[in-house]
Design a protein. Structure first.
Length: 213
């Protein structure tokens, strides 16, 4: 079994190799305010960022704050976000989250993990995305790409996203947490795909235990 020291060194090398290959943008989601990012992140569940970005320009013109999502009839909101998929559940999550924002934080998106997790529909992945991109707070965003690559790279054996987050945080200094999850996301989309990873294009193949399988 690989020692923690060797795993840390391998994680640092993976980051060193992948870092210059991908954009420095902290998220591909388009937004202007923390609240817009929160809504966009909710919409991005089981939907591509590109598709969310097609919907949000019009959406954010119609709905400026939490109160706007509560005033509109549910059916209208569902129709506005329908292209992102699972629109009924997402509309319900957005309305519940908006209500909680108004009741708990006067409509302001809070800047701590503890506060964000009090919002309905907000888990650690969403909270880390908002905290890192909008507030510069260190964190590891564990989406489907990060989960897949962390397992393939042998950086964790866990399946639970929260436990994967803790394992990855233990491998790198906190100033590298967000960037590491970002490059894993971008690498997962471009090369280390779910169904057929492109080993011939992988810059970290020599550091990946699964490439030999």
């Amino acid at each position: 079994m690989e020692s923690l020291k060797k795993k840390k060194a391998r994680a640092r090398k993976i980051l060193e190799i992948l870092d210059p290959l991908y954009t420095k943008e902290k998220t591909a989601l388009q937004y202007r305010t923390p609240f817009q990012l929160l809504i966009a992140t909710i919409l991005s569940a089981q939907c591509t960022d590109k598709q969310v970005n097609r919907v949000t320009p019009v959406l954010f013109e119609k709905y400026r704050g939490p109160e706007d999502y509560l005033k509109v009839p549910t059916a209208r909101l569902e129709e506005d976000i329908r292209p992102t998929g699972f629109y009924k559940n997402k509309a319900r999550s957005i309305r519940r989250c908006s209500q909680a924002l108004l009741e708990l934080y006067d409509g302001r998106v809070p800047g701590t993990m503890e506060e964000l997790l009090k919002l309905p529909g907000v888990g650690r992945k969403t909270a880390n995305c908002v905290l890192g991109a909008a507030f510069g707070v260190p964190g590891v965003v564990v989406d489907t790409h990060v989960k897949r690559l962390a397992l393939r790279l042998g950086l964790t054996q866990k399946k639970d996203p929260d436990k994967i987050e803790m394992d990855l945080q233990a491998l790198l200094p906190e100033e590298n947490w967000r960037r590491f999850s970002d490059v894993l996301i971008y690498h997962g989309r471009a090369v280390c795909k779910a169904r057929k990873p492109e080993h011939d294009r992988c810059a970290v193949m020599e550091l990946c235990p699964s490439s030999a399988l």
